[in-house]
Design a protein around this ligand. Structure first.
Ligand SMILES: Cc1ncc(COP(=O)(O)O)c(C=O)c1O
Length: 1012
């Protein structure tokens, strides 16, 4: 071995690796605190890890690591501990003198592909669960491994962490010092319990740099390996889980759920005891305290070493967050391990259920057979704005048609949109999660109705909470069962008069009158009712119980606050809200409808309400709707609601009777169009409108041939389908009709002539010449040209300026009619233009309108010139039964007025420009964004592969991930690789920001697929 100083350390160890292992590789340093680790890569790509231990490393430690790794690999190879690569002599490790003359222990491990967890972007609860599963598996595999050497105390031995107490002065910041002192104090409290817990040999350092993660494109990420067994020791096994937990919670928006998932994964493989579960939180914090004290000490010694402080900042960020609730975290961890959330909770539930029928009636009368009424997101339309319940709405909610003196009940576990105060919001955006699910039973009755205690209890809380939409008067009683287990009942929205009589600690007898229902003036502003809730614990909540839970956290809250029906002497199942579950609706739909009815997203959305540019699912979860262009002026617009119901009360008939609304609507539409347009026809859909447009062209020209760009869509009727290449070209499509000529779409990103070609407009327009010739030669002649002004299903394409002018001039030269389908582009969506043809500086002969015109009410319109209308007026009546109904005209006119009065066209410009600029920035960062195009709120983002080819797979992934993150987008284009964005015109900058940030996060997440 060449030990001369001229040979670099790397070359030296490369030589050692070659001579002892026969591995001819280049070495690259890896980070490590004490030992030297190298990635060794051979020319053929094979990789290994060479581990050169610190000079004072005892050989028993290497032996122990090797033994434990081999034990794990033998017991369960799926656990993916590293493989030990033996030397040419068959030794698992060797001793080699280094260049400085020190004996070093050396060993080699197989390389595990993956990224360390710390660098993963998509830190999901599923991934946390799988880390728990792996750690549980490792714990189980090591359960019978014994090694006396590993009974050792060192700084990372968690039960021995009190060594940091002597060094607390290194934490100079007084707040941080206080935090660590408190952690130490809390740790001391539980330390005696630690020695009673199951002890075994554990990895002892599953931190976020020692857990490797990998995942193929589009597949969920999973653990690919756990490395660095250097801290292995004998300790309570729970320490391994607590150490991993200490890193899993860092810098995560939902640390409690990540922790719960980790613990649940571990418990699913290697079941935990309640004592172990209860101690995790304190151990986790102590581990972080050790980590920050240790790194602060080391940083003082060698300020230039980055590795030392690598985890300090996130750890401090976590420790400085003080709003964690330890009692609830303990309950949550117990809950995911299927344990009673507090000692005795299971007994309490059994007892309550057995006592059903024997509790004193809360209202003095039986509540059996009373009506249950729903206040759910699905069943009621209050609040009108699901982001803001007004005080007027609260005052009468649920009582609209009530006779006095009736008592009725509101459901447990019912999702409601009536909780709109900031306290119910979770996360920064309107579409972030919010608490919606009622975890109590309501009993509505007249104000002043007396309440009687269902069983004996002690007053735990008697308060008046006077903020609007809070509880008003609220009482909590503490109860004790015959087994001496405690639980609590809460009564909200009371008349605070009880404050004169009730004191905390007062005893209340079973059946004793103790309070009355308050009216809105004292009960938080609600219609009179009691919110009746039970809780298995107040640990961590005291009097501040959530009455409403996040639907994505419902299992936990149901275990803290179970269904209180039994205490009202009612059956639980009668009082649980029974909404149509998504799977039921989906299967009913499959039963009753044709298989080619599609449903969006891998995980379809069951919708209950919508408002402006948000949609709510059955659980009241909000989604930003960045896709639906039909609710042009916003979902559930109050003005549309008002005029529709008003008109339905008056008259809704057809065009055979005179009514001013028809002409008023026509005048409003014509006011938006050039003066050449003088005649309107009203129909019910875009398809019907295009069908009529074709007839107008044929009637005017007495020819039948039609030219249209490829990949267009004009509707689902026979004629409209025949000109829709997007449909007829598909496998099993009807194919191209003889009278239809298709020309290339003027797509200057992907088509024959690209953006850099200044003559592309004329070149694309020239395709019309051949098409006209062909129609003439087949004897059809040219009746017209029809185009979606900006092709939408074709991939949100903006044709180059000047294109339509060239096309129209050619068409008109041959006597054809120019039809502009403005279904997607009309009515202000483009921001700068009310109609797409304005951008092209042309005036069509026929304009077709649909989708947005009725904001969801089915309205289509065809607008044309007097001359063409005269050609069509051939003595045969034109009649569309519902087209031009009084209702449709009233709604259509209102829509157009709202666009004007709410300045939605200029909003489309402002927000559209903001979005386009944001997406263009993202394009610079992510090479798989091939093109960002659009105008106003008509936007397309082309998703491509490395070689520029369309990437439908990635596009679908992005669309579905966005949906998971509460943003609804679509996809389209011939290869379905264009993200389609066309929200209601009400979308504002804040929501546009959410869209961009979420999009960026989803794209960022794809980096997790790229690892060595
Ligand atoms: C451009 C265009 N024209 C016409 C139609 C057909 O409209 P409808 O579905 O109302 O019949 C559509 C529908 O998507 C469309 O996008």
């Amino acid at each position: 071995m060449n030990t001369s100083p001229e040979v670099s350390s790397k070359e030296f160890w490369e030589g050692v690796l070659k001579s002892h292992w026969g591995i001819d590789a280049k070495l690259n340093s890896l980070p490590g605190e004490l030992d030297q680790n190298f990635l060794a890569q051979e020319k053929n790509g094979s990789k290994y890890i060479l581990k050169i231990m610190r000079t004072d490393c005892p050989d028993w430690l290497i032996k122990a690591q090797i033994e434990s790794i081999e034990k794990i690999n033998t017991k369960d190879p799926s656990l993916k501990a590293p493989k030990i690569v033996k030397s040419l002599q068959g030794a698992p490790f060797i001793i080699q003198t280094d260049q400085a003359g020190n004996a070093r222990l050396l060993w080699v491990q197989g390389y595990i592909p993956g990224k360390c967890y710390a660098e993963i972007k998509q830190k999901t609860t599923d991934l946390s669960f799988s880390i728990g599963v792996t750690l549980g598996g490792i714990g189980k595999a090591l359960a019978d491994y014994q090694n006396e050497n590993l009974v050792r105390e060192f700084k990372w031995y968690l039960p021995g962490s009190l060594w940091i107490e002597k060094h607390l002065e290194v934490i100079e910041n007084s707040e941080r010092h206080g935090i660590i002192s408190k952690i130490v104090k809390d740790f001391k409290e539980v330390l005696p319990k630690l020695s009673n817990l199951a002890s075994q040999i554990i990895h002892n350092d599953p931190n976020d740099y020692n857990i490797l993660i990998s995942g193929d494109n589009y597949r969920p990420l999973n653990v690919s390996g756990i490395v660095d067994f250097g801290d292995i020791c004998q300790a309570p096994r729970i320490c391994d889980l607590a150490i991993a937990a200490a890193y899993i919670v860092l810098d995560h928006p939902d640390p409690e759920k990540m922790l719960a998932a980790l613990v649940s994964g571990y418990n699913s493989i290697y079941p935990l005891s309640t004592q172990e579960v209860d101690i995790i939180w304190r151990l986790l914090r102590m581990r972080l305290a050790v980590s920050v004290v240790n790194s602060t000490l080391l940083a003082a010694e060698s300020p230039s070493d980055d590795y030392i402080t690598i985890s300090q900042a996130p750890a401090w960020r976590f420790l400085e967050k003080l709003d964690f609730n330890e009692g609830l975290i303990r309950a949550r961890l117990r809950s995911v391990c299927d344990m009673p959330i507090v000692e005795g909770a299971d007994r309490v539930l059994n007892w309550i259920s057995k006592e059903k029928g024997k509790f004193a009636p809360l209202f003095g009368v039986s509540l059996k057979n009373l009506e249950m009424k729903s206040l759910s997101a699905e069943k009621i339309s209050v609040p009108e704005n699901p982001f803001e319940l007004t005080r007027e709405e609260a005052k009468v909610i649920g009582t609209e048609n009530d006779e006095t003196d009736t008592i009725w009940l509101g459901y447990y576990n019912e999702p409601r949109l009536i909780y709109t105060a900031p306290a119910f919001k979770k996360g920064p955006w309107k579409a972030s999660n919010r608490r919606t699910v009622h975890i109590a039973i309501d009993v509505f009755a007249n104000k002043g109705t007396k309440l009687y205690a269902p069983m004996e209890g002690e007053v735990f809380t008697a308060e008046y909470r006077d903020s609007p939409l809070d509880y008003g008067g609220v009482v909590i009683l503490k109860h004790t069962t015959p087994d001496n287990d405690e639980f609590f009942t809460l009564y909200g929205h009371l008349d605070p008069q009880f404050l004169d009589a009730l004191q905390v600690g007062d005893k209340i007898d079973k059946g004793q009158e103790f309070c009355k229902l308050g009216g809105p003036e004292v009960n938080g502003g609600w219609a009179p009712h009691v919110h009746f809730q039970i809780a298995m614990t107040t640990d961590g909540m005291e009097a501040d119980w959530p009455g409403v839970a996040d639907p994505d956290d419902l299992d936990f809250w149901n275990s803290v606050c179970p269904n209180p029906a039994s205490m009202l002497n009612l059956e639980e199942h009668d009082c649980v809200y029974n909404f149509n579950k998504k799977t039921e609706v989906l299967s009913a739909r499959e039963k009753y409808f044709g298989g080619n009815l599609s449903v969006s997203y891998n995980d379809p959305i069951l919708i209950s309400r919508a408002w402006r540019h948000h949609i709510f699912d059955e659980w009241g979860r909000p989604y930003l709707d960045a896709y639906n262009n039909v609710p042009h002026v916003g979902h559930s617009h109050p003005r549309i609601n008002l005029v529709a119901s008003d008109q339905l009360k008056k008259v809704n008939s057809n065009t055979r009777y005179l009514h001013p609304l028809q002409t008023e609507f026509a005048e409003k539409i014509l006011s938006k169009l050039p003066s050449e347009f003088e005649v309107c026809y009203f129909v019910n859909s875009g398809s019907e409108a295009n069908e009529l447009a074709l007839r107008l062209a044929q009637a005017h020209t007495h020819k039948t041939g039609i030219i249209t760009p490829d990949e267009g869509y004009f509707g689902n009727t026979t004629g409209a389908l025949s000109i829709s290449a997007y449909k007829f070209k598909k496998p099993n499509g009807v194919g191209q009709a003889d009278w239809v000529e298709i020309i290339e779409v003027p797509d200057d990103y992907r088509g024959s002539f690209k953006k850099d070609d200044p003559d592309r407009s004329i070149k694309y327009a020239n395709f019309v010449d051949g098409a006209i010739e062909s129609l003439n030669s087949k004897g059809h002649g040219l009746s017209g040209f029809i185009m979606e002004t900006f092709p939408s299903v074709g991939g949100q394409i903006i044709p180059p300026e000047g294109y339509l002018a060239q096309v129209y001039s050619k068409i008109r030269k041959h006597g054809g009619v120019c039809i502009a389908d403005e279904v997607q582009t009309g009515l202000g969506r483009l921001g700068d233009y009310y109609f797409g043809f304005e951008f092209q500086k042309v005036i069509p002969d026929v304009v077709v309108l649909g989708k947005p015109l009725g904001n969801g009410h089915p309205i289509g319109a065809v607008i044309t010139t007097k001359t063409i209308a005269q050609s069509f007026d051939n003595g045969i009546e034109f009649f569309s039964t519902f087209g031009g109904s009084n209702l449709s005209c009233r709604i259509g006119k209102e829509v157009l007025e709202i666009v004007d009065e709410e300045k939605l066209q200029s909003n489309a410009k402002i927000v559209g420009d903001f979005l386009l600029a944001g997406f263009r920035e993202l394009k610079e960062k992510f090479e798989f964004i091939g093109d960002v195009r659009g105008m106003g709120l008509f936007i397309g983002i082309e998703i491509i592969e490395n070689d520029g080819a369309e990437s439908p797979e990635l596009c679908a992934y992005i669309k579905n991930k966005m949906r998971e993150n509460r943003v609804l987008l679509g996809s389209d284009g011939p290869k379905d690789n264009v993200i389609k964005i066309r929200p209601p015109l009400t979308i504002d900058l804040e929501d546009a920001q959410m869209l961009l940030e979420t999009f960026s996060g989803v794209l960022d997440g794809t980096q997790d697929w790229h690892y060595e």
